[in-house]
Design a protein around this ligand. Structure first.
Ligand code: TXA
Ligand code: MG
Length: 311
């Protein structure tokens, strides 16, 4: 059910959960102040309780209320990437963030979304927790109808059209004297280098540092076969690129051209969801793509999407 931004704000203030657009993916939002609504988010998504949420702030100065330590480089990151698809995990004063939102950790994740609707709503309601608006394990939602596929036509969603980025925010955490990537995302690791003096490496123990990372993610029901060579001719459905030819394929779902990783990124979850909408049992996925920049995020999401479902 599509609702206005104003109605969504009122519902959030009353303690309801609503879906809102951000520049990355749709979020299932609740006011940080309403612990019961945060519990409802975990129940709605069927999300394990040890997977913490991201807190969406209206203003960078709000951080001072929560964070107990500002690691070196944080000003450069905030000045250059907020508002935007960057999430920072910081040590916090545990009294400021409900236990459930941070899954009991002594840290919490923060970002300031760039989408005008999400921004206006954080200004009006205050801090919002918002995991991606999908059932746990499913591809994230990048359009209002994706939210409705997972939560039903009556679920309240603010329609902000198709998300610009199409993949989640990049998560950074400061450890061992440097910022590390806990989750690849809409900002390539390389973009931080001019501001930090180095490119953040992938955190080695990301599964421990970022509990959400060990769960199955982004998966359609279709069985995905990843291929980095030429199309073997089976299965008959291919997920590939508009500027490549897949001889013998019965149907090609195009992520976009290999010349625009931004377009591929924006289409990614929509294509994974379309496989299910069309009840495709299996697809061959072309992962012959570069190993740098935003392509790394695409490769990581497709690799995780291909992990077998447990029965
Ligand atoms: O783009 C995004 O970040 C979207 C939009 C809606 O803002 N949100 C999103 O939330 O992707 P979610 O819940 O799907 O992913 C949150 C990730 C999880 O992998 C979780 O483990 C990690 O953030 N995270 C949250 N708090 C953390 C913490 N204190 N330490 C480490 N990782 C944390
Ligand atoms: Mg998610």
């Amino acid at each position: 059910m599509r609702i206005s931004q104003e109605e969504a704000c009122e519902r959030l203030l009353q303690g309801d959960v609503v879906a809102i657009p951000t520049e990355t993916v749709y979020g299932l939002a609740a006011a940080l102040a309403h612990t019961q609504s945060i519990e409802q988010i975990f129940a709605l998504k069927n999300r394990p309780g040890d997977n913490p949420l991201i807190i969406h702030l209206a203003d960078a100065s709000d951080l001072e209320f929560y964070a107990t330590n500002m690691p070196p480089g944080i000003d450069e990151l905030i000045d250059n990437f907020w508002p935007g698809p960057l999430t920072l995990v910081l040590p916090i004063d545990p009294g400021t963030v409900p236990f459930i939102a941070r899954a009991g950790l002594p840290t919490a994740a923060f970002r300031i979304p760039k989408h005008p609707i999400a921004r206006a709503m954080t200004r009006h309601v205050g801090a919002l927790v918002a995991p991606s608006a999908n059932l746990s394990g499913r591809p994230s939602a990048t359009r209002p109808d994706h939210v409705e596929q997972d939560f039903g036509l009556h679920f309240p969603v603010v329609d902000g059209g198709t998300c610009e980025k199409g993949v989640e925010s990049t998560i950074l955490y400061f450890t061992d004297s440097q910022w590390h990537v806990l989750r690849l995302g809409a900002l390539a690791a390389e973009v931080f280098s001019p501001f930090l003096g180095y490119t953040p490496a992938l955190a080695k123990n990301e599964k421990i540092l970022s509990p959400g990372q060990h769960y199955r993610h982004y998966s359609p029901k279709a069985k995905l076969f990843l291929g980095s060579g030429s199309y073997p001719g089976f299965p008959p459905v291919v997920v590939g690129y508009s500027d490549r030819i897949y001889a013998g394929a019965e149907k090609v779902f195009s992520l976009g051209p290999t010349t625009s990783v931004e377009v591929v990124s924006q289409n990614l979850y929509n294509i994974l969801r379309e496989l299910d909408e069309r009840q495709i049992p299996a697809a061959w996925v072309d992962i012959n793509i570069p190993e740098f920049g935003l392509w790394r995020t695409i490769a990581e999401r497709l690799t995780r999407a291909a992990v077998e479902l447990s029965p």
